[in-house]
Design a protein around this ligand. Structure first.
Ligand code: MTE
Length: 303
């Protein structure tokens, strides 16, 4: 298991991109065996992380077609407008229902935690999708370091608010700062990741450097970027898109082909870089691993 950060790895040790196709197969089949060592077998058994028709999205597409309203509302803007953003040094405040509220340097929060390779489907609420090789730390390892109290039922994440560095924040495109949240059991699920790299490199600015939440069974807007605060609470927090438009964006945001967005169908998705649409899968294809988190819940109501 890797315990180094992606940007500490010498370039000679980084997997060449041409090998990712093989790594993809590895994660899809034999990978279940290797990953089984890290996860409870029931989490990954018989449920490949990616399926047969999943091809890795090109690095060029994944780093030039972005949603990041702090750097513009057009998909091609973040790459350009974020290119001089400095994500070092970086601090993360841990607050709320924890043993000891404190602010960590980025390096200290992740020190000696694992860094793992995960190829995940990435499904945006706008009905496009990608398949991305992330590097990151399981969120539950970071949560353990934060030492939440048993009374904590939700965890909330906040993006940096600094209009001088994030030009989109000078306009009211969204209520700033961007916030997202998970129920504690969702956050503790082994598939939930705090990504610090992709395609074997440190996370690019436009993808949320230095750290982005990745919750592969949920729509992409849950994947908050450039996190500066992690707060534990006993009440369900408000979220940015929920505040901006509550009838369109719910707290759970689980990928669900049977519940349409009020303005479009969610039954199919367009894979960026591919011609034909593909059917959207329940929980983005991770139902086997995560459906039990929502047993007994009305997923039409709790969208
Ligand atoms: N985080 C912040 N801070 N601001 C944003 O505008 N957009 C979200 C999410 N995280 C967003 C954000 C949306 S809508 C999506 S689909 C994903 O980031 C896009 O992530 P990507 O650019 O890495 O594909």
């Amino acid at each position: 298991m890797l315990i180094r950060r992606p940007d500490d790895i010498p370039s000679s040790e980084i997997t060449p991109e041409s090998l990712y196709q093989n790594r993809r197969d590895f994660v899809g089949t034999a990978g279940a065996l290797a990953l089984g060592a890290m996860f409870a077998p029931s989490v990954l058994d018989a449920a490949p992380l990616i399926g047969q028709d999943d091809k890795l999205t090109s690095e060029e597409d994944a780093t030039s077609y972005n949603n990041y309203y702090e750097f513009g509302t057009d998909k091609d803007e973040p790459k350009d407008l974020a290119k001089n953003f400095r994500s070092k040094p970086w601090k993360i405040e841990v607050a709320g229902l924890v043993k000891k509220p404190q602010t960590y340097a980025f390096e200290d929060l992740f020190r000696a935690l694992s860094v793992q390779d995960r190829v995940y489907r990435h499904r945006c609420v706008e009905a496009w999708s990608m398949v991305i090789p992330w590097q990151g730390t399981p969120l539950r390892e970071v949560i353990a370091r934060c030492e939440p109290l048993p009374s904590a039922k939700f965890v909330e994440f906040t993006t940096l608010y600094d209009p001088a560095r994030m030009p989109g924040q000078t306009r009211p495109a969204l209520p700033w700062p961007y916030k997202e949240a998970l129920r504690m059991d969702e956050a503790m699920h082994p598939l939930a990741l705090l990504a610090t790299g992709m395609y074997g490199k440190a996370l690019p600015n436009q993808n949320g450097a230095p750290l982005k939440l990745v919750v592969p069974w949920k729509y992409g807007f849950k994947g908050i970027k450039a996190i500066v605060k992690i707060r534990f609470t006993d009440k369900m927090p408000n979220t940015t898109w929920g505040d901006a438009n509550p009838s369109e964006y719910g707290f759970y945001a689980n990928v669900n082909p049977t519940v349409d967005h009020p303005r479009w169908s969610q039954a199919k998705e367009r894979r960026i870089g591919q011609l034909l649409k593909v059917p959207t899968l329940m929980f983005n294809g991770y139902a086997e691993q995560v459906a039990s988190l929502y047993a007994g819940m009305d997923l039409r109501k709790n969208y």
